[in-house]
Design a protein around this ligand. Structure first.
Ligand SMILES: Cc1ncc(COP(=O)(O)O)c(C=O)c1O
Length: 465
């Protein structure tokens, strides 16, 4: 069925629901379609509310993906919707370009009031990767140095500059040559960092306070020491808080856990309220003034939609709700509860090697069990595809418990959760119980695999039809 270009959103939603997968396969990403069918995740999502997604049958699924971490407030928060409606009703003088606007200025004021004293200006962007691109450019221009260091396993986005500081080969491969002068150091390896900084050519060290791919936590002294090494070397210390920022780890910014004072801070994701793409770099006054150092250099960096009114309004509403509903403290409390409920799984199940987290950024790592029979079974699954064992957990969680979560990166047996910060305590408890039940079933491997194999076989056959 085709659609008239004049059809309204309401008409499209009413008349074409159910065509999502076929449209995706025809025009978007058929390989994603295959994954969804294989895992049986090919639902028609018709709604979202708070921490839940709602399918066409009206069933509610606990969403622990959180749209890769954008739904800090939960989905469709009425106050963000109201803020966006207010902007449109006000018919603001959006995007004057040769002019400035109020909402973006107030957002900068509000973000900087919640950030460490080391930053004093905001450079707007439209996404996480754009914020990181801006940070790389600002660091190079401010220092006049070419090199950028990043941590192994880092993820900073997928445009070419951000990809050049991506510590995962599966994302980089095939897209080279990437930016020259970008080199990895181990996450936590202070000596390697000191060695690389010694030449005096490094503009910036870009680091996630907690790594999103795998949910890797830093050792307690690492980030302060890294900052100190950067300061001593005249290298800008850049915290990528795109995923960890805006309350996720139980602090407004994760850097507060270590009282860091970075030169640049990247934020994005949750600032959107789950509605309007946004990003921003908070920049020290010194770095800012070296880049934008004269009238002829006022538009040296920027983008058409940076600082637009809808994004700024969504971000301001997000900050307001975060504070009124005390979601940052709630993230800390709910995260502690989730850890308390799930940490004992390490002792109880051979296949669980670690449970870790900070605030509502949580992960469970599975590993080969020590018993020889169990180990053989693990190896059989992993030979089929590294990281497959995790799917013995995520697939039943989805189908039997209506909980959406996934692996934390390619070829790794780490399952991750980024729930909405307003998640109910009862849902945390439900997830922990479902997780334990599913792990217990997966450890009794033959039946679990048979079930999984059967299901994926059936789905794959359906996908071929
Ligand atoms: C730490 C970090 N930086 C940057 C990005 C890129 O953000 P975006 O997908 O909005 O470009 C991500 C996305 O997952 C991220 O987790």
């Amino acid at each position: 069925m085709s659609v008239e270009p004049s059809a309204s959103v309401a008409e499209i939603l009413a008349s074409r629901s159910g065509e999502e997968m076929s449209l995706n396969d025809r025009y978007l990403n058929p390989q994603m379609g295959r994954i969804l069918r294989t895992l049986g995740f090919d639902k028609v999502w018709v709604g979202g509310e708070g921490a839940h997604l709602i399918d066409a049958a009206g069933e509610r699924y606990l969403d622990l993906f959180g749209g890769y971490g954008v739904f800090a407030l939960g989905r469709n928060h009425p106050e963000v919707i109201a803020a966006l409606q207010e902007v449109m009703a006000a018919r603001t003088g959006n995007l004057p370009q040769l002019g400035v606007t109020l909402l973006s200025g107030v957002l900068a004021e509000q973000l900087l009031a919640r950030a460490p004293q080391s930053v004093a200006a905001m450079v707007p962007a439209n996404s996480g990767t754009e914020a990181v691109e801006a940070a790389i450019k600002i660091a190079r221009a401010a220092t006049g140095r070419p090199r950028v260091l990043y941590a192994e396993h880092a993820f900073h986005g997928l445009t070419l500059g951000s990809l050049s500081i991506n510590g995962n080969a599966e994302f980089r491969d095939g897209f080279g040559p990437l930016l020259a002068g970008c080199d990895p150091v181990g996450f936590g390896d202070e000596e390697a960092l000191a060695r690389e900084l010694a030449g005096g050519e490094v503009a910036a060290f870009v680091v996630e306070p907690v790594q999103g791919k795998g949910v890797n936590l830093p050792s307690p002294g690492y980030l302060p020491r890294a900052q100190q090494l950067c300061n001593e070397a005249g290298t800008l210390f850049v915290c990528d808080e795109v995923q960890t920022g805006i309350g996720r780890t139980g602090r407004f910014l994760a850097l507060e856990h270590w009282q860091l004072q970075p030169d640049l801070i990247c934020v994005a994701k949750a600032l959107s309220g789950g509605f309007v793409p946004i990003g921003a770099v908070l920049v020290s006054r010194a770095a800012f003034e070296k880049v934008f150092d004269g009238m002829e250099r006022a538009v040296r960096h920027g983008s058409t939609f940076g600082g637009n009114d809808l994004a700024a309004a969504a971000a301001l509403a997000t900050l307001r709700v975060l504070e009124r509903e005390q979601l940052v403290a709630r993230a800390e409390r709910m995260g502690a509860l989730l850890l308390e409920l799930t940490a004992p799984l390490v002792e109880r199940y051979e296949v669980v090697s670690e449970v870790r987290g900070i605030g509502l950024m949580w992960a469970i790592e599975l590993g080969a069990p020590s018993g020889s029979a169990a180990r053989r079974l693990w190896e059989t699954v992993e030979r089929r595809q590294p990281g497959l064992f995790s799917q013995l957990i995520t697939v039943p969680l989805f189908h039997e418990h209506r909980i959406l979560c996934q692996v934390a990166g390619h070829r790794m047996n780490v399952i991750k959760a980024l729930p909405a910060l307003m998640i109910e305590e009862s849902e945390i408890r439900r997830f922990a119980a479902a997780l334990e039940q599913t792990i217990a079933a997966a450890e009794r491997y033959p039946r679990a695999l048979a079930r999984f194999g059967l299901r994926t076989g059936i789905r794959a056959a359906a996908a071929r039809r």
